[in-house]
Design a protein around this ligand. Structure first.
Ligand code: DC
Length: 230
């Protein structure tokens, strides 16, 4: 059996919970909690787009050069080192766990994520995360493109203001002072780009459960997701 058919089998037989939605809706936290609850693997697909963007920025590659960025995506040398509750992301031997979260990387990731060649270069790498006993896949197109056969699909959303407020608190706790109005406008700009791109735009799969977390606590959202899985 060749590698491709093994991968197809793996992806089809493994239980996949796809959690999609815009930036700051709480997908990251919720995906970690759900993965921990079931003892499943976790795919943070946004980290892959961020890694490609960071790598391009570090190498001084023109972000408008789709072909060059797709080459970076194909050749990405990345390791996810999991120790207990923390995952360190290592790119070409360097720990970039914090670096990929910087605002300039967020904006660049959103830009290069619109390139079809980049998305297709990352497709199989994402599918390969589907390993027994199961996978929680966090992203924008998990339920529509990467794992259309996922058994559970959640589309987690919240108002742009609520998402900006959460981001503001996170940054404030880290001692980073930012302007709230700027955060809201950055989030809206990223939403526009993510929802309007031609390839795999951000949108709920037809069979997804749409959850609006604007006025829900993390525990309430977690309960709703676990109920859906059951
Ligand atoms: O989830 P995140 O903020 O870490 O994602 C970073 C960027 O990558 C975001 O602007 C959208 C893009 N992305 C995507 O296009 N498809 C995914 N499956 C995940 C992220």
């Amino acid at each position: 059996m060749n590698t491709e058919s093994v991968n197809v089998l793996n992806t089809k037989s493994v239980f996949v919970i796809a959690i999609d939605g815009p930036s700051g809706a709480g997908k990251g936290t919720l995906s970690q909690l759900v993965a921990k609850h079931f003892g499943y693997h976790l795919l943070d697909s946004g980290a892959l787009y961020r890694l490609v963007a960071l790598s391009a920025l570090n190498q001084g590659v023109d972000l408008q050069d789709e072909q060059a960025i797709a080459d970076i995506a194909r050749q990405l040398q990345v390791k996810f080192d999991i120790a207990g509750n923390t995952t360190r992301i290592v790119l070409d031997g360097n720990d970039v766990t914090d670096a990929i979260r910087h605002e300039n990387v967020s904006m660049s990731a959103s830009l290069i994520a619109a390139y079809p060649m980049v998305r297709s270069a990352l497709l199989q790498r994402q599918k390969d995360f589907a390993q027994a006993p199961g996978l929680v896949a966090d992203g924008r197109d998990m339920g529509t493109t990467v794992f259309p056969e996922a058994q559970v699909k959640i589309f987690l959303t919240a108002s742009a203001e609520a998402r900006a407020e959460r981001r503001f608190k996170q940054l404030h706790e880290k001692g980073v002072e930012v302007n709230m109005a700027e955060l809201v406008s950055d989030i809206k700009a990223r939403d526009d780009r993510d929802t309007q791109r031609a390839t795999s735009p951000l949108k709920p799969a037809d069979d997804a459960l749409v959850l609006d977390s604007t006025s829900l606590t993390i525990d309430q959202v977690l309960s709703a997701i676990l109920a859906q899985v059951r």
